[in-house]
Design a protein around this ligand. Structure first.
Ligand code: HEM
Length: 110
């Protein structure tokens, strides 16, 4: 009986450890003095095309989506990187702002 409980305890621990290890982690923050300060016009060049990084602004904060699986080439569900997508994210996307926690903040809008 005791042996069976230990086996189950071990199985549960393995599942919990695997879940924790595989959970997406927030990226390391960019130091404050290295953050970009961009105008909306300057942000446009970070469109994810032809090898350029893909950045999007949400509520004045600039996030890096360059290596996000669903943002290949700076495009995602009809949206393009290099823009302020606050309204789209909050009012048209199924996920809303919860996806932001996994993105690296690279700057702020001027
Ligand atoms: C019309 C608007 C949008 C729609 C319909 C949409 C839809 C989706 C869907 C269905 C996924 C899950 C795809 C998958 O995992 O297979 C996804 C993921 C994602 N979306 Fe959007 N999205 C929209 C706008 C945005 C905007 C404006 C952002 C800006 C930050 C964004 C950021 C993300 C990110 C980062 C992921 C990956 C989440 C993760 O795997 O951690 N999306 N989106």
């Amino acid at each position: 009986m005791l042996q069976r409980i230990s086996v189950w305890a071990a199985v549960i621990m393995i599942i919990v450890f695997t879940a924790v290890a595989c959970a997406p982690k927030a990226p390391d923050p960019v130091p404050e003095d290295e953050l970009l300060m961009l105008t909306l016009e300057e942000l446009k060049q970070f469109d994810g095309q032809e090898g350029r990084p893909a950045y999007v602004a949400i509520d004045g904060v600039i996030y890096d989506v360059t290596n996000v699986r669903t943002w290949v080439g700076g495009r995602h569900q009809g949206n393009m990187a290099g823009r302020d997508l606050t309204e789209v994210l909050k009012n048209q996307s199924p996920h809303g702002t919860r996806v932001l926690g996994n993105l690296r903040i690279v700057g702020r809008l001027k």
